[in-house]
Every structure is written in structure tokens, then in C-alpha cells.
Design a protein around this ligand. Sequence first.
Ligand code: ASP
Length: 365
Amino acid sequence: MDSGSSDTLPARPRLPRLLEAQKSTINSFEFDPQKHARVLVLYTGGTIGMKWRVTEGNSGSYVPEPHYLCEALKHFPHLHDRLYSTAFAADDELRPLVLPDTHEPKKILYFIKEYDPLLDSSNMTVQEWVQIADDIQQHYEAFDGFVVLHGTDTMSYTASALSFMLQNLGKPVILTGSQIPVFEVRSDGRDNFVGALILAGIYKIPEVCVYFNHKLFRGNRSTKTDNASFDAFASPNCRPLAEVGIQIYVDYDSIFRPHKLSQFSSFTALNRDVAILRLFPSITASTVKTFLQPPILGCVLQTYGAGNIMARSKDIMDVLHEAHSRGVIIVNISQCSHGVVNPAYETGKALADLGIVPGHDMHGS
Ligand code: ASP
């Protein structure tokens, strides 16, 4: 396991070749592990770096703007200590970005890898999840932590996927974004970005998390709950892992750590033939049967209450039994935001008796 500590890094570690413009000199900058933490920022898109664009015959919409965020950051004192960065390279293009003093024990240096194309996260697919995992794998040794700038719409999906893809993770991977673009006056993006950089660079939280509105959530328990408020995310079935106020409070008792010493790796052979089926009282056996046809290999079944189903509907139970017998893996999770799947009722036990996997505290909201 990697401890996530920069204290153990050699005095002049080599950085991987990152940004096109930086790659020739980035390895030689004056890095001191006692004074500096290093964070790799993977910028995938999302509102945080978008611009309002009006085209002919169109009232306007937010769109991702290539290079805009990375260029503008260099001239934005709240997010970049330009003077401090001059020590690292003569050429402005080749310097790391430096977070101004945060009263943390180390100065945070950060490097942005911008994705091409930048995406509204509604357009993201497993391909981008794999790219993020590959980038973290490729640059894992050289950084203390990772921030993924991401649209809010599918941020929790990406965080959940990465939490299973990144195995034996020893460093923080923190997804964040914003509801208003970072350079707009009332943006929530600055606080979200600064908080994510600090948590990724300084704190030992070896999990994939979502950081939003001063709270750090376990990624695979997070969900977008509000598309209008800055308080857009929650993890209803799991207390926040950290809260950022005047002080930063980390709930270290809740943080997962790998329990065996194994090398970090990423698992990217993902199967897309897995789908979600939400039960409702008027659903028919033929709908369930059609849904579970090949190529479906896995199904997340969103059930009622503590994991209950219409067990009296023999035709539906037969369809589930048949799919399970064919090898379709079915996981039972509750439609409720709080609580766990628990076969307390006959209507829930009927699923467990079929061999359907109880999803415990994962929820379907
Ligand atoms: N539609 C945007 C996205 O998910 C919303 C956002 O970033 O807040 O990319």
C-alpha cells in the first residue's frame, strides 16, 4: 500500500511527462517534499470551466471551452500564486500552478491535464472513466493526490465507478465541480476547487470522494440531490468523511484503508451490459422479462423499503428466477435513501431465497 505521504518521496523526484508545454522542464523544478505537496488535476469538463456562448438564432447556453480554464487560472490570484511559481521555471508556460497560502503545512503545487474534448458530464461514458483511471495509474507515484474536475450531472456515477476501478488506492482521488463557472462572480467553483486541492494534497484520505459545498462524501455513496443549490450533493446513508469550515475536520475513523499491502492497480475491463431496473406497482412480468434478456448480464434491482418486492406476483418471481438461473447477477438495493436491505419481510426474503444478492446500504436515489 502506498501511504500517500509525500514525506517519503526523494528530494528531487522525477515527474512524469504531463502537459505538452511543460514536459521538457517539469522534471527539474525546485521541488521540496517538506514544503510542497503535488496534486494532479484531471480536467474532464463540466460547468466549472464553461462559458456562456450565444450563437446565431440561439438564446445561449453553457458550453465547455478548450484551454479557457487553464489559461485563466494563471492570471487568477485566488487560485495561483504567480510570484511563487517563478522559482520553478524561467518560462511561464512551464511552471506549475501554485495554490496561494492556505495555512496548511505545505504549499500545494498543481498540474492540470485537460481532456480533449472537454465534456458536459451528461455526455460521459465508461470510456472517460477508463481514461481517468489510466491517467491516475500512469501518474500515481509522482503525486500526493488527484483532483478530477467534472460536471455535476454524472459526477457520482464516475466517483462510484472509479471507487471500484482503483484498487488498493493509497492516495486521495477527489471529484469536484461547480454549479456556476469558476470565473463568474458568484461562483461556488473556487471554494470547491480550493477545498478539493487541499484535501487531495495534504490529507491522508485514500478513497475516491466527491467534494462539494464544504463537505467530502464517499464517492460510491454520493448522489446529486439538487440542481439549483450550491448544496448539490449528499450521501444520505453515510456521514460526510470531512467537513471544511474554519477548521478542516476529517472523520478518520470512517476512512477506508487497504487492509493488505498490495500495489495500486486499476481495473478497466468494464462490462456495459449491466442495467438498473426500478420496480413500481404496475410493472408487468413481460417488462421485467424483456429487460433481463441477453445481452444483459447484471441488473441492479431497485426494490421497495428494506428490499421488498411483489412476491405474490408469481410471474415476476419466475422471470427473476429464470434470469438468475441463466447467470444474470441481480443485486437488490432499496429505493429508499436511508437504511439497508434486510430480509425482515417475506417480500424481501423471497428475493434472497432466489439467490439475489442483497446490496446492503447502497441505495437507489
Ligand atoms: N451539465 C453540467 C455537467 O454535468 C452540469 C454541471 O457541471 O454542473 O457537465
